[in-house]
Design a protein around this ligand. Structure first.
Ligand code: S3P
Length: 170
């Protein structure tokens, strides 16, 4: 199958955006980008370091710039975005104008399983990651839904099946 339009994956930490995005890109013959990895490459620093030194605000500035540049300059691509990218109106505008947006939806349980022991997510380095994920979900789920063209549940299916489902619906 060949697809000639950007695809942007949105959804919370641990929804499978990077794994599914990479497989989907291969299936569609498009280049794959992950905004978090791209931010790290461009800044020469990892995400915890950026949060430590520049704060979340500094990270969000880099995130917006990276997402907008990737969509303008690289397309068509498959782009996995960080879970918080949906918060900024300029990010929502940039992705919905340029791309088919897919919301990968999952449960808090799955998110906890997939992110446990991962030191690379500063927002979860505290005593109660479950509460953090629940609070973020309450704020972000309506924004993911509002921005998405397609909503796909990822909690009960292997990444390959999710990709098959997406390509059928595109
Ligand atoms: C964040 C999600 C992370 C990363 C950063 C902040 C968030 O990306 O961008 O740690 O605000 O939910 P993933 O969704 O790829 O884990």
């Amino acid at each position: 199958m060949h697809y000639n339009h950007n695809i942007v994956l949105v959804g919370p930490m641990g929804a499978g955006k990077s794994t599914i995005g990479r497989l989907l890109a291969t299936e569609l013959g498009l280049p794959f980008f992950d905004s978090d990895r791209e931010i790290e490459t461009r800044s020469g620093a990892n995400i915890p370091w950026i949060f430590d030194v520049e704060g979340e605000e500094g990270f969000r500035r880099r995130e917006t710039q990276t997402i907008i540049e990737l969509l303008q300059e690289e397309g068509p691509i498959v782009l996995a975005t960080g879970g918080g990218a949906i918060m900024r109106p300029e990010n929502r505008a940039a992705i919905s104008q340029s791309s088919t947006v897919i919301y990968l939806h999952t449960t808090i349980e799955q998110q906890l399983q997939r992110t446990a022991k991962d030191k690379n997510r500063p927002l979860l380095q505290n005593d109660n990651p479950r509460m953090v994920l629940e609070n973020l979900f309450a704020i972000r789920d309506p924004l993911y839904r509002e921005t998405a063209d397609l909503i796909i549940k990822t909690d009960r299916q292997a990444p390959k099946s999710v990709v098959r489902l997406i390509t059928k619906k595109l």
